[in-house]
Design a protein around this ligand. Structure first.
Ligand SMILES: Cc1ncc(COP(=O)(O)O)c(C=O)c1O
Length: 379
């Protein structure tokens, strides 16, 4: 079977009818706020999934310039994308690495999370010739990657052989956003116990990090040296502490009006005829649909921002288009920009509110923004 690698679709510079506008100045200010909330600890800025849809290379550069200790990604490919984009700071691959990929990761100076006991012998064989830094992932209660406390003891001799390369130890909270901190505190105790076990075996990771954004905002950091925030750097948050900190959403999704038409009462709009104009209206069609990451179930539920007001998205969202209803006396013309995801956290079309209306989290909406959308960066 032939494997084919296709370049992502490139938009023509003049074809920018749909764009994600990313304010890197806001990212830098959010970084400073999170660093303060984290007591000045070192920050691994999490830029996996194309920086949560914001654009990995420009965001990665901005975070590095703002003073991040490093950037965290999920896979080798995401790490290589940053390197190819000229990002020179430390890059931590959170999802681990198969032994076959160690030479490539070593050549690019990537740091790798060691996510379980399965490849310890391979790593011990490969690292003398292909050195790289390792961060030992401990499963303190998340239940996916990491050494379980129950298996750590038997792995200590093999880990001892890797000690020269072990630069960090890490865990990940499952419930840092939960007002009940019981389980998070239990995870922290498990982390401390694992670190003590490592110390007794002569393994002293220079870096310790267990905290995501919410852990930074809620003071769950113990005596960690570093933190790994993602969401808060983009100015998004699900906890009241995040808004109190003044986080500023960095992304706006903007679509230009493709067509406007005046329709009489009784006109139905879109697939399934789920919207019927109750009186004469203008229907603006925008070139953004569920293929771009604007969710189909936002039809007849969401609003868009236009000249300081909001107007409803009516009818079903289709693959490449959505439709907005405006009163007949509102001046609107092809080319006018409308805001689909707003950056004012109090607006009805801000990411947190749209996500909550859909029963999901803002992460899913930004990560879902397709690469065919033009990203425009402000710095
Ligand atoms: C291992 C790991 N660390 C840190 C983060 C960042 O989390 P958040 O975006 O909630 O700050 C994630 C996000 O999914 C993660 O998987």
């Amino acid at each position: 079977m032939n494997e084919q690698h296709l370049e992502p679709l490139k938009r023509h510079p003049e074809g920018r009818a749909l764009r994600a506008e990313v304010d890197l100045r806001r990212v830098a200010r959010n970084f400073a706020r999170v660093r303060e909330a984290a007591g000045g600890r070192g920050i691994w800025g999490v830029v996996k999934a194309n920086a949560y849809g914001h654009g990995a290379v420009p965001v990665g550069r901005a975070l590095s310039e703002a003073g991040a200790a490093g950037l965290a990604v999920s896979s080798l490919e995401e790490g290589l994308e940053l390197r190819q984009g000229g990002v020179a700071c430390p890059i931590l691959v959170l999802g681990g690495l198969r032994p076959e990929a160690v030479p490539a990761a070593s050549a690019e100076g990537l740091t790798i999370a060691l996510v379980g006991p399965e490849h310890l012998a391979d790593y011990a064989r490969l690292l003398p010739d292909h050195p790289l830094k390792l961060h030992l992932k401990l499963d303190t209660g998340m239940g996916r990657f990491g050494f379980l406390p129950s298996e750590l003891g038997e792995c200590l001799p093999a880990l001892g052989a890797l000690a020269p390369w072990i630069d960090g130890a890490m865990g990940h909270f499952a419930t840092a956003d939960d007002p009940d901190q019981g389980f998070a505190l239990r995870q922290r105790r498990v982390f401390e116990a694992c670190l003590a076990q490592l110390r007794d075996a002569g393994i002293h990771p220079a870096q310790r990090h267990h905290g995501n954004s919410d852990a930074c905002l809620r003071g769950l950091l113990g005596d960690d040296t570093h933190v790994r925030p993602g969401l808060a750097l983009y100015g998004l948050t699900l906890v009241p502490e995040g808004r109190a900190l003044g986080l500023e959403p960095a992304l706006e999704l903007v679509a230009e009006v493709a067509r406007v038409k005046a329709v009489p009462a009784g006109t139905t709009v879109g697939y399934g005829r789920t919207f019927v104009a109750p009186h004469p209206l203008q229907i603006a069609t925008l070139a953004c649909g569920y293929a771009d990451g604007y969710r189909r179930d936002l039809g007849n539920r969401a609003v868009v921002g236009y000249r300081g007001r909001t107007y409803p998205v009516v009818g079903r969202v289709s693959m490449d288009y959505l439709t907005v209803a405006l009163p007949v006396d509102v001046p609107v013309a092809p080319g006018d920009p409308m805001v689909l995801f707003g950056s004012d956290p109090a607006a009805p079309h801000c990411l947190e509110r749209l996500a909550s209306a859909l029963g999901t989290i803002p992460y899913e909406l930004t990560c879902g923004l397709h690469r065919r959308i033009t990203r425009r960066f402000f710095s």
